[in-house]
Design a binder for this molecule. Structure first.
Ligand code: DX5
Ligand code: ZN
Length: 211
């Protein structure tokens, strides 16, 4: 299983040091949480920081999670900044198929994220436009929250619906629940607190890669 450490859990005054530590430990992607203080009650990073991360770590795929009410205005900015994956939320008022296809047209993997309260069935018609589904295992907005085990059934439901693309989960993932998530077909684990705070991220990532 792949690991995408989330920079929301990094020390903002030592971002380069913390990202380097994750790269040295074997991170597959870097998860960048973009929050607009509207879709979620928090404000985080910018296209400028994202571009700086890509310039400093050009080999590290950036898995950008847009927790934004109006992401359409920022698709180009984050693709220009170096996104490898760009994810929008299914709960926004927008032409989501068009958004996802615009991301694909930029040569970037199109991700679709669902909050815990959004059932898998609600995104059935959108699945053909998504290269990845990001299943939130916490309410989006903050790191360090408790993993919601009820979301395992959503992973199963998506596969039963015939979805064959990537599955990513995000929120409260740790060494204690990673194997369980893998058994439910997870491809990519977003890990903020558990990985940025790990005493031995290299060993932890090796254990997850082996799942
Ligand atoms: C929450 C973010 C998550 C968060 C995960 O809204 O989308 O990516 O950073 O952090 P942990 O792993 O600490 O729950
Ligand atoms: Zn996230």
């Amino acid at each position: 299983m792949k690991v995408a450490p989330s920079i929301l859990a990094a020390d903002p005054l030592n971002m380069e040091r913390d990202v380097q530590r994750m790269v040295d430990a074997g991170a597959d992607w870097l998860h960048v949480d973009i929050m607009d203080a509207h879709f979620v009650p928090n404000l985080s990073f910018s296209p400028a920081l994202t571009a700086a991360l890509h310039k400093r770590f050009p080999e590290l795929p950036l898995d950008i999670h847009l927790m934004m009410t109006n992401p359409e205005k920022y698709i180009d900015a984050f693709c220009d900044a170096g996104a490898s994956v760009l994810t929008v939320h299914a709960e926004i008022e927008a032409d989501i198929p068009a958004l996802l296809e615009k991301i694909r047209a930029r040569g970037v993997l199109a991700g679709l994220s669902v909050k815990p309260g959004t059932p898998a069935e609600a995104i059935g018609p959108l699945l053909p436009h998504a290269d990845m589904v990001l299943v939130m295992t916490v309410e989006p907005g903050f790191g360090g929250q408790k993993f919601n085990q009820d979301m395992l059934a959503k992973l199963d439901a998506l596969r039963r619906m015939g979805y064959t693309g990537l599955l990513e989960a995000d929120g409260g993932i740790s060494m204690k629940n990673a194997a369980l998530l893998r058994r439910h077909g997870l491809d990519v684990a977003v890990m903020g607190t558990a990985m940025l705070g790990s005493a031995d991220p290299k060993a932890d990532m090796a254990a997850i890669h082996a799942l």
